[in-house]
Design a protein around this ligand. Structure first.
Ligand SMILES: [Zn+2]
Length: 486
């Protein structure tokens, strides 16, 4: 394949991306993942949460991207001589601009005097009419605290956001002793991934309601018993439903597919605003030191969607996320909720896993400058084989339950996929055990719910996403309990 993007073209594309508002979902198909290497290496293009090539039913691979019309034209030109590669703008592009699920107006929970109620405790076919706005996400949490006193605890996180907002988390199921909590789920890190906070809030609402009434839960064709509900609650659940409130306020008001936070210290206009929180965690953050120069697991450019910030944990939102591990030192399993790819991702995300050479690990300076090339044998990330088995089992079980709901397919994948990432929340969770002596081992996962690159679901998709994810959370938690919480 020809060299994909000369430097001059990269600069031109970046300028185009700043001027053009609209990003369209594009699917690129090729016979091998290697066909995508040059495109992925160009970090002015937007591949969603992270670039991952999915196998397709006809034995090919598909890469999702969000591109401007100019970028799409350029891509067609670049690939015009290679018939094995197809580039498709699908009907998804229409969904982004029309038929989107509305954002709630006002406050359906009346400041917390009304508690949210999920779909798993309702008759089949019941739907929720709109996506929660930022105020409603907070009043939903207050509503649960009011409805379940002594069983659901709300608290403010210690760092206010760049725009001065207070982030809110909660814990439920294991009483007031914060050392007894084993499961941690967060959402709303990437602002445009609509419905993430909703999925988490409605699931926990279901657990509490079913526990109280003595009933089970039903998500499409997948059901859980009351005993399973009680078992999951007893594991102790910490929820941080809206990690990036500044970003979500902006995305919901602008409809601009905004991803990052709204920090203006590195850039004050357009796409130069904001840090990608999911490249800001303290895991191989300084990627230019740790990774091969041939890969770009994050970006040093403020205008990139993957801008890593000014230091590891430079962002208030990242600090809030990490503070949860200090308050709940018994956390053993973590899931970060993103969209939209239809995948469950498990560790590691910096390179391909191996369980034979413990020396090849993220802390070993011998391998600095060598990580992240997924096709080579120079470096692969060490994972103890028992851990590899446990996390794969949990990811596979989660996927199986999401498929069983009956809406659509999901797959589990190692998060490195085609391409590495640095500073991501799931790798950070898993890395803590080795990087910080004395802390608990945490298995970290990312759930990518929804249809590929369709960050703004229709109302039908929004409701399907709630069913799919809620069954997935149940199965993930039950598998965690089965594998072990200590
Ligand atoms: Zn994301």
């Amino acid at each position: 394949m020809k060299q994909f993007l000369p430097a001059a073209a990269a600069v031109a594309l970046q300028i185009t991306a700043c001027l053009a508002e609209e990003l369209l979902p594009v699917q690129i198909r090729a016979p091998t993942v290697a066909h995508f290497s040059d495109i992925v290496a160009n970090n002015t293009l937007d591949f969603g949460c992270r670039p991952i090539a999915h196998p397709t039913s006809d034995g090919k691979f598909q890469l999702q991207a969000l591109l401007t019309r100019d970028q799409i034209s350029w891509l067609h030109g670049e690939y015009s001589s290679d018939e094995s590669i197809t580039i498709q703008e699908t009907v998804l592009s229409k969904r982004q601009t029309s038929g989107q699920a509305p954002i709630g107006t006002g406050d359906r929970f009346s400041g917390g005097s009304v508690a949210p109620s999920g779909l798993g405790t309702k008759a089949s076919g019941t739907t929720i009419a709109s996506i929660l706005n930022v105020n409603e996400i907070n009043s939903a949490i207050t509503g649960l605290a009011n409805a379940y006193p002594g069983a659901f605890f709300k608290y403010n996180l210690p760092y206010t956001t760049f725009q001065g907002r207070t982030a809110v988390a909660a814990y439920t199921g294991a009483g007031s002793d914060t050392s007894k909590y084993r499961l941690y789920l967060s959402a709303g890190m990437h602002a445009r991934e609509r419905g993430g906070p909703d999925n988490l809030i409605y699931w926990v609402s279901d657990l509490l309601a079913a526990n109280k009434s003595g009933s089970g839960l039903t998500y499409g064709s997948k059901s859980y018993t009351n005993a399973q509900v009680k078992s999951v609650l007893n594991a102790g659940i910490v929820l941080f439903p809206l990690v990036n409130p500044d970003g979500v306020v902006y995305d919901q008001s602008s409809g601009s597919l905004w991803r990052k936070n709204r920090n203006t210290r590195s850039g004050t206009s357009g796409s130069s605003i904001g840090v990608d929180l999911n490249r800001n965690f303290n895991f191989l953050w300084n990627f230019r030191k740790y990774f091969s120069s041939s890969v770009s697991p994050a970006s040093t450019s403020p205008s990139s969607e993957a801008f890593y910030g000014t230091a590891a944990e430079s962002e208030q939102e990242t600090k809030n996320h990490v503070s949860v591990y200090d308050k709940f030192p018994g956390i053993r399993w973590f899931m970060d909720i993103h969209s939209a790819a239809g995948t469950i991702l498990y560790s590691w995300g910096d390179d391909v896993n191996q369980s034979t050479d413990p020396k090849q690990n993220f802390l070993n300076a011998t391998y600095d400058g060598k990580r992240g090339v997924t096709g080579d044998s120079t470096y692969k990330e060490y994972i103890p084989s028992a851990d590899a088995t446990a996390i794969k089992r949990a990811a596979d079980a989660t996927v199986a339950s999401m498929r069983a709901v009956g809406s659509r397919d999901y797959i589990s994948q190692q998060s490195v996929g085609l391409y590495p990432t640095s500073g991501a929340s799931d790798d950070y969770a898993f890395s803590r055990f080795w990087a910080k002596p004395g802390v608990n081992k945490v298995y970290g996962f990312t759930m990518e719910f929804g249809y590929a690159t369709n960050f703004y679901p229709t109302i039908t998709e929004f409701n399907r996403n709630i069913l799919d994810t809620n069954a997935g959370f149940m199965e993930w938690a039950l598998t965690a309990i089965s594998v072990g919480l200590q």
